[in-house]
Design a protein around this ligand. Structure first.
Ligand SMILES: [Zn+2]
Length: 276
């Protein structure tokens, strides 16, 4: 169950028991209550599609807020579309266009916060520890961006806010989680908060175990419950994923990287966690 330098057996057991239980629990309210005001926090262009593409494709309402939308990353370094000129502007525009296609396909309204992604800030993307300092630096700016994302909404509504769990340890994902938790009471007054398993990171079993441990430490003392959402049309999710063509050397042909890894064989699904 545990490779020599992999996750501890007790952590694997705890996650496995919870994963099995989550398959047989009733769906959480987030699955049933759908609003045009639901707000999906996407660290980068592609994270909501990869992590929750089937879920949002079913719900077809809400706002997609991509936070670190200034980017220099494409899968093929010599991609001719970004080879000459201002690479940062070209890559950001190319990725934003892919994201807009996704948003239109699933009925989301796209907005961006125009934060610089980690390499532009001089960060190693997996220097997870830097998320503490980055969260302090970006706290006010992200909180304001979240509150401004849907400022026309009537008072009294509490739609869902979907936050990345930071599985995989990408500093930008963990930074968003930390900022949401730093502003938990203020955000909870405006939103009900759900946390989603980041894919493709959560498709790796050891990464998922360690990512869930980190997540539990950051959100403590909250007790959260996993909710399991079957991907009933695998080809549709793959079609959505392939809209982010600049992010692949070869288009993905299997759902394996886009479903959380489990100890027991499990149908393809996506996962969100909410307070019990
Ligand atoms: Zn990301």
């Amino acid at each position: 169950m545990s490779p020599p330098n992999g996750p501890k057996i007790l952590d694997c057991l705890r996650v496995t028991v919870n994963d099995v239980l989550s398959r047989y629990r009733q769906s959480q309210p987030a699955a049933d209550e759908i609003s045009e005001h639901d707000l999906y926090l996407s660290p980068h262009f592609d994270d909501i599609c990869f992590s929750l593409g089937a879920y949002v494709g079913h719900r077809r309402q809400g706002i997609l807020l991509t936070v670190f939308s200034t980017s220099t990353y494409v899968a093929k370094p010599d991609d001719p579309r970004v080879a000459s000129g201002d690479r940062q502007a070209l890559v950001s525009a190319l990725r934003c266009a892919e994201d807009l296609t996704f948003a239109q396909e699933v009925g989301l309204r796209q907005i961006t916060a125009s934060f610089d992604e980690a390499p532009i800030r001089g960060r190693d993307i997996f220097d997870t520890g830097s998320s503490v300092e980055d969260a302090a630096t970006l706290n006010r700016k992200l909180f304001d961006a979240i509150m401004a994302a849907d400022c026309d909404r009537q008072a009294g509504l509490r739609p869902w806010l979907y936050c990345p769990m930071g599985i995989g340890g990408h500093v930008d994902h963990v930074t968003i989680l930390r900022i949401v938790m730093s502003n938990y009471d203020a955000l909870r007054a405006a939103y009900r908060i759900a946390y989603y398993e980041d894919l493709f990171y959560a498709a790796d079993w050891p990464a998922r175990i360690s990512g869930l441990n980190r997540f539990r430490a950051i959100v403590a003392p909250l007790q959260l419950r996993r909710s399991y959402h079957l991907i009933d049309d695998i080809q549709y999710k793959l079609k959505l994923v392939r809209l982010y063509e600049s992010q692949f050397v070869e288009p993905p042909t299997t759902i394996a990287p886009f479903t959380p890894a489990q100890y027991f064989s499990t149908p393809a699904h996506e996962a969100i966690w909410t307070v019990e």
